[in-house]
Design a binder for this molecule. Structure first.
Ligand SMILES: *Cc1c(COP(=O)(O)O)cnc(C)c1O
Length: 347
């Protein structure tokens, strides 16, 4: 779609991220996986280096979300997540960049979680934090009464004369998804400049805003690659519906005539392990391998599971070694510090 470039430029966006992020080659990982005869060339799209408060994919979404909040005259941002949410940490930082207040409603499994990793940083940004207990199912990362608690917080802020702007979990709304439409355009431009035509993009999929943006971007910019989303939490059926809704909303914000159906938004469910935020053996192997071979930090909740999928596909010889593939590094390293025990056991 030739005018997609111009349309995305016309949407209000605040600059929060250092863009474009680098596209680097994982030379050591390729060697570790058998070298040129067995492993494709692996490029890392370094969205862990977006630069906003230790980086990550949420910075791209927040550029559009914060602009939307400003357009609506918001004075304070409210968002939700797990206690080690990267999204919450980056939202707190983004709000501060924009001179706004911020309240976080965070789901926890422990009554007094250690102030470590992202949760420590939330406090450094001076966010107001409401902790709410998780439900009994370890696979479900969101507290059962989260929505009700957000409504209470919003009412209380309004009563004090604030104008709250609520960002859904993961920044995954139609507005937020524009971040990865923009991100797709950036990646396609880099690939064109490098004259590379990768066959696949692997990425970790959680609340699905990244997927919605990448899938819409794929339809607008027609890249050479196919998208391989690796789920990090369950609930696929309901999440596909959500992703389709978000992608369709983003398309309508851009005024482009693209429909995306839930069944177009499949993710690989095989690398979730026991549940969201619970490290897996394959993920821990991926963390140590990429750290030792390429000096790059993956995270225990998202990127390690996506990289475990890429490694498994290379080992199963399902990718031709002559191909080039991309790993979208979405960030998350601050959560490493909250998982010292799981990691320490392996070192
Ligand atoms: C949030 C997050 C993701 C997943 O993005 P969604 O848009 O929520 O699917 C992947 N990796 C990291 C490090 C994240 O923080």
């Amino acid at each position: 779609m030739s005018n997609a470039r111009a349309i995305i430029e016309s949407i209000p966006r605040v600059s929060l991220a250092t863009l474009p992020t680098p596209l680097t080659e994982a030379v050591g990982l390729r060697a570790a996986l058998g070298g040129r005869s067995r492993c494709p060339r692996i490029l890392l799209k370094r969205d862990d280096l977006t630069g906003l408060a230790l980086g990550g994919n949420k910075a791209r979404k927040l550029e559009f979300l914060i602009a939307d909040a400003q357009r609506l005259g918001a004075t304070t941002i409210v968002t939700t997540g797990a206690v080690q949410s990267n999204h919450a940490r980056m939202t707190a930082a983004a709000a501060r960049v924009a001179g706004l207040e911020v309240t976080l409603v965070l789901t926890t499994r422990e009554p007094d979680p250690p102030r470590q990793g992202n949760y420590l940083l939330d406090h450094l940004f001076g966010a107001r934090v409401h902790l709410i207990p998780a439900g009994p199912d370890p696979r479900i990362a969101v507290a059962p009464d989260e929505e009700a608690r957000v409504c209470e917080v919003v009412d209380e802020l309004r009563a004090r004369g604030e104008r709250p702007y609520v960002i859904p979990v993961g920044g995954s709304s139609g507005v937020g998804a524009l971040g990865y439409v923009f991100g797709t355009r950036e990646l396609v431009e880099q690939l064109t400049a490098m004259s590379v035509s990768p066959s696949r993009v692997y990425y970790a999929s959680g609340s699905r805003g990244t997927q919605a943006g990448l899938e819409l971007g794929w339809r607008l910019f027609s890249p050479s690659y196919r998208l391989h989303g690796i789920a990090v939490s369950g609930g696929e059926e309901e999440k596909r519906i959500r992703a389709a809704r978000i992608a369709t909303e983003a398309a309508s914000l851009l005024g482009v005539d693209v429909t995306i159906a839930p069944d177009d938004l499949v993710t690989n469910q095989e690398f979730i392990g026991e549940g969201y935020g619970i490290p897996t053996p394959g993920g821990l192997e991926a963390i140590t391998l990429v750290a030792e071979r390429d000096g790059v930090l993956l995270d225990p909740t998202y990127t390690s599971k996506a990289m475990a999928a890429l490694i498994a596909d290379v080992r199963a010889r399902t990718i031709d070694p002559g191909e080039t593939i991309i790993f979208l590094h979405t960030g998350g390293a601050p959560a490493l510090f909250a998982h010292a025990e799981a990691l320490g056991g392996r070192l």
